[in-house]
Design a protein around this ligand. Structure first.
Ligand code: NAD
Ligand code: SAH
Length: 413
């Protein structure tokens, strides 16, 4: 099957990006050497739906080195990088993705990836799984299993499992220490500000930043905002998380009050309508709205639109909404994940951990699917520990080892 990419002439530029990230992904490099020798996925077909940028391309190439036939599609219309897509297609991976695709094209790309009749899927947010439980349920019986990258995707999987409808085993990569502690927290923390700063070219220091949601992603974004010199306000619906935010040194307010004082708003809740008409009406002139949660539903775009008397694009990834009284409110990256739509996503060293977990989870499924009924599975703890140990080694950091006496003491009754 022919790849569908924007322009194959961009391949050399995309290869430069892939070669750059390879220098900073030591865990994937170790796995690469291992997989070339052992070919643990020989004869398997893997379909990957992920933000298609350089780190994801390296994951796809790694699965190919492990012997798999790999098909890749994007997981968001704005996060595919056309040069990387072309580079990957030039390496024999089937790629179905381009930047700024329409909803119909996005859907078609997912179908194309499934048309390759994969044995294993790597999903990011549950779009492939949803298709395999709906329109393409005819293909579900072929699927040995899959892995899921993100929080919202795991929530959707657990809902399918609870309804007794999950058709194949899925490994919840997101729920592993080496994923959420680093990717959701430090990855989102840095890359969200990278996306906001690239889009706006504005100062964060001295500004009031409102972070909606104090989960793993929200903690990272709040921590980095503080480091950049902002005054940070948290909004939450969970009393425990709210206290955690207070003890971490942040002010906690309901959105209705925070709306009046914020300069930047960042939503990371996985929930809908976190910022809506009643909040937008209170906002200051020049307020900037960004989302880094899964879907473009956290900021109610219909409300923003209906309050505006005029809207226009003012910079790449910045849209201005002019309200009736002349106040201007800015929305970044159409309310989609700002770190991926307006940046390169999480930093390379972080994705080294997330994608090592992905690659090893795919191999775990290939080796164990016969003993894995259709359920949601944790990544095996020994895989998590191995990824952490490989990373520490690459970082040149030694840690202590338990003596036999210490091990016995810790496991005493
Ligand atoms: P999490 O469950 O750890 O945190 C979400 C937090 O939002 C919780 O504390 C919850 O109480 C709070 N919340 C829910 N509804 C709210 C509301 N209406 N108002 C205020 N707070 C609310 O999840 P997480 O791992 O932090 O992920 C958050 C979202 O970001 C998910 O959609 C996830 O898929 C996505 N995500 C994005 C990236 C990225 O690269 N941008 C990376 C990882 C995860
Ligand atoms: N389908 C969703 C995708 C969820 S994005 C959408 O509509 O956009 C959240 C996930 O993106 C995170 O779990 C994180 O691991 C992943 N991510 C962040 N930076 C990335 C990068 N540079 N490359 C690939 N994936 C990335």
């Amino acid at each position: 099957m022919q790849s569908l990419v924007r322009d194959m002439a961009l391949a050399p530029q995309g290869m430069e990006k892939i070669n750059w990230v390879k220098e900073f992904m030591p865990v994937l490099n170790v796995l690469s050497t291992e997989f070339i020798a052992s070919r643990p996925l020989a004869g398997k077909k893997v379909a990957v739906t992920m933000h298609l940028e350089a780190k994801t391309a390296y994951l796809a190439l790694l699965l190919q080195q492990a012997g798999a036939d790999v098909a890749v599609t994007g997981s968001n219309p704005l996060s595919t990088q056309d040069d990387v897509a072309a580079a990957l297609a030039s390496q024999g991976v089937k790629v179905f993705a381009w930047y700024d695709c329409t909803a119909a094209e996005y859907d078609n790309f997912l179908h194309k990836a499934l048309d390759t009749r994969p044995d294993i899927i790597v999903d990011d947010g549950g779009d492939l799984v949803a298709l395999l439980h709906g329109e393409r349920s005819d293909l579900a019986a072929n699927i040995l299993g899959g892995s899921e990258e993100t929080t919202t995707g795991v929530i959707r999987l657990r809902a399918l499992e609870a309804e007794g409808r999950l058709k194949f085993p899925m490994v919840a990569v997101n729920d592993t220490y080496c994923k959420y502690l680093f990717d959701n927290r430090y990855g989102t923390g840095q890359s969200t500000w990278d996306g906001i700063m690239r889009s706006t070219n504005l100062t964060v220091a001295g500004k009031t930043v409102v972070v909606a949601g104090y989960g793993w992603c929200g903690k990272g974004v709040a921590m980095r905002a503080k480091g950049l010199g902002a005054n940070v306000i948290i909004t939450e619906i969970d009393p425990v998380k709210a206290i955690e935010a207070v003890f971490d040194g942040f002010k906690v307010l309901p959105m209705q009050e925070a709306a009046r004082v914020g300069d930047f708003f960042v939503t990371l809740t996985g929930c809908i309508d976190v910022i809506r008409a009643e909040h937008i009406k209170e906002m200051k002139h020049g307020a900037i709205l960004a989302n880094a949660g899964h879907f473009d539903v956290e900021i109610n775009k219909a409300d923003l639109n209906s309050l505006a008397v005029a809207r226009r694009r003012v910079r790449r990834n910045v849209e201005e909404f002019c309200l009736a009284d002349g106040r201007k409110i800015y929305l970044l990256a159409e309310g989609r994940l700002v770190n991926l739509a307006a940046g390169d996503g999480h930093p390379t060293e972080i994705m080294d951990l997330s994608f090592a977990l992905q690659a090893l989870s795919v191999i775990h499924i290939a080796n164990n699917y016969q003993n894995m009924p259709a359920k949601v599975y944790e990544v095996p703890p020994e895989v998590d520990s191995r990824v952490a140990a490989l990373k520490l080694k690459a970082m040149g950091i030694d840690i202590d080892q338990l003596s036999p006496e210490q091990a016995a003491y810790l496991s005493r009754a």
